[in-house]
Design a protein around this ligand. Structure first.
Ligand code: GLY
Length: 421
C-alpha cells in the first residue's frame, strides 16, 4: 500500500511546476486556455480530499474480497443490510450488473498499476463473452462496456474489439426508428407496459454504440446513439429538468403514451438515480459528439441535481421523499454523479462552472470516503447505503456493486486529472 498523501500537499508541488509549464505553454502556444483554467481549478480548489487514502481503501477491500469470490460463473451484486459479503448472481441470469466487478478490477489496475488486478480483471471479464449476443434487453451496454470496454482501453486488450462491436450491433437491434429510441425492456418482463419502453438508465448504454462506431463498427451506431439522446432529451424531462424514469411510446407513431416509474417513489416523483443517469448520460454524449446542445443539457440536469442535495452530498433514494429523515440514502447515485462531474468540469468553458463541478465532485467523494459511507472495516464493499429499488421492496440501504464501480471510476478520473496537471 502506498503512503496516504493529502492532495493539498501534492497541489503545492503541482503549483510550483505549473508556473514553468504555464510559461512554456504561453511561449509556444496560447491556443488552449481551457486547459490552463482547468489546471488552475485543480490547484486552487478549496475542497481537499485524501485521494491516496481513498484509493488505498479500495485496494484494501479488494485484497479481502477477491480471494473470496472464486466461482467465476457468478458475479457480485449486493451486500444486504447487516451482511458483510457479496451476494452473487449466476452468469446465465443475464443481469445488468454482471460487468461491474471486472470493471472495478480494471480501474483498480489503472489507479494502482498493480498487475495482479489486471490478471483478475481478465479472468472475470472473459467468462461472459456470450453476452455479446444479448438482444432481450438493453443492458448489454452496462454489462459489456465496464468489462470489455475497460479491458480494451485500460488493459490494452485489443482482441476485445470484435466482441464490443458485436455487442453494439446487438444493442442496435432494439432501436425503433419510429420512436427514435432503443427499447429498454421486454413487455413480458414488465407487463404494466404494452408498447415501446425506454427508461432514463438507457442513456448509459449509448457509450458502447459510440465506441463501436469509432472503432471499426458501422457508422449508423453513432446515429442511433445521437437519435436516442435527442429523443430522450425532448421527452424524458420535466420543465424543471428532472427526469421521469419510464416512458412508454407508441411503437408505430412514436407518440409518448405515458410517463411512469418503476424504481422511484411515484410516477411523477424524482427518482435520484434516474437523475444521476441523466447527468452521466448527457455528459458522456457531449464527450462523444462535442455537440454543444448536449453540454448545455448536461449542465442543466447537473445544476438541478446539485440544487436538490442535502449537506452530505448523498441524496435520498427519491428526492420527493427526502423530507423524511427515515428514508434511505442512495450512495450509488452520488458515485455516478461524482464520476460525471469530473468529466463535466473539464468540458465547460467558464472558470466558475469548472470550479463548481470540480469542487462538487470532491465534496461528494469526500463524503463517500468518510466513515458514514465507507465499507472499510465493516463489509466487503467500498461503499454502504445504496438503494436499488425501494418501491419494489428490495435492495434498501445495501451495498451495490455499481456504487463501487462508479466510485472507483471517479477516483480514477480524479487521479488522472491531477496527474495531467
Ligand atoms: N439500471 C437499473 C438501475 O439503475 O437500477
Amino acid at each position: 500500500m502506498k503512503n496516504h498523501l493529502n492532495v493539498i500537499h501534492s497541489a503545492h508541488f503541482v503549483i510550483k511546476n505549473l508556473s514553468l509549464i504555464g510559461l512554456l505553454i504561453c511561449t509556444f502556444s496560447c491556443k488552449e486556455p481551457k486547459k490552463e483554467l482547468v489546471a488552475e481549478v485543480v490547484t486552487n480548489n478549496k475542497v481537499s480530499i485524501d485521494l491516496e487514502k481513498q484509493i488505498d481503501d479500495c485496494e484494501f477491500q479488494l485484497e479481502i474480497t477477491v480471494p473470496k469470490l472464486t466461482d467465476l460463473t457468478k458475479h457480485p451484486r449486493l451486500i444486504e443490510t447487516n451482511e458483510t459479503t457479496w451476494e452473487q448472481v449466476d452468469n446465465d441470469e443475464l443481469i445488468w450488473t454482471s460487468g461491474f466487478y471486472p470493471g472495478i478490477l480494471w480501474y483498480a489496475y489503472n489507479i494502482t498499476g498493480n498487475k495482479k488486478w489486471k490478471d483478475e480483471a481478465i479472468k472475470r471479464t472473459e467468462v461472459f463473452e456470450d453476452y455479446k449476443n444479448i438482444k432481450v434487453h438493453h443492458d448489454i451496454g452496462f454489462m459489456m462496456f465496464p468489462a470489455y470496454g475497460n479491458g480494451f482501453i485500460i488493459g490494452d486488450k485489443k482482441e476485445y474489439k470484435d466482441i464490443l462491436i458485436t455487442s453494439a450491433n446487438s444493442l442496435a437491434t432494439r432501436f425503433n426508428p419510429n420512436v427514435g429510441t432503443i427499447k429498454s425492456w421486454s413487455n413480458k418482463m414488465h407487463p404494466r407496459w404494452k408498447q415501446h419502453i425506454t427508461i432514463i438508465d438507457n442513456m448509459l448504454n449509448l457509450e458502447l454504440l459510440f465506441w463501436a462506431a469509432k472503432n471499426g463498427g458501422d457508422k449508423k451506431l453513432y446515429d442511433i446513439a445521437v437519435k436516442h439522446a435527442e429523443t430522450t432529451m425532448k421527452n424524458h424531462f420535466r420543465t424543471d429538468c428532472t427526469s421521469w424514469h419510464v416512458l412508454e411510446y407508441d411503437s408505430i407513431s412514436g407518440a409518448v403514451l405515458n410517463r411512469h416509474t418503476k424504481q422511484g417513489y411515484a410516477d411523477d416523483s424524482r427518482w435520484s438515480r434516474g437523475q444521476a443517469w441523466g447527468v452521466y448520460g448527457y455528459t458522456m454524449v457531449y464527450k462523444e459528439t462535442k455537440d454543444k446542445k448536449f453540454l448545455d443539457f448536461a449542465q442543466k440536469l447537473t445544476n438541478k441535481y446539485l440544487s436538490l442535495l442535502p449537506e452530505d452530498m448523498v441524496p435520498c433514494w427519491d428526492f420527493d421523499v427526502a423530507n423524511n429523515p427515515k428514508e434511505e440514502k442512495d450512495a450509488s447515485a452520488a458515485a455516478i454523479v461524482a464520476s460525471a462531474l469530473i468529466d463535466l468540469g473539464t468540458f465547460v468553458e467558464k472558470k466558475e462552472d469548472q470550479e463548481r463541478y470540480y469542487n462538487a465532485a470532491l465534496k461528494i467523494l469526500k463524503s463517500l470516503g468518510s466513515d458514514k459511507y465507507s465499507g472499510v472495516g465493516k463489509t466487503d464493499s467500498f461503499l454502504l447505503h445504496s438503494t436499488g429499488a425501494k418501491s419494489l421492496g428490495w435492495e434498501i440501504d445495501v451495498a451495490l456493486i455499481y456504487a463501487d464501480y462508479y466510485y472507483i471510476e471517479a477516483l480514477s478520473r480524479l487521479k488522472t486529472l491531477q496527474e495531467q496537471k
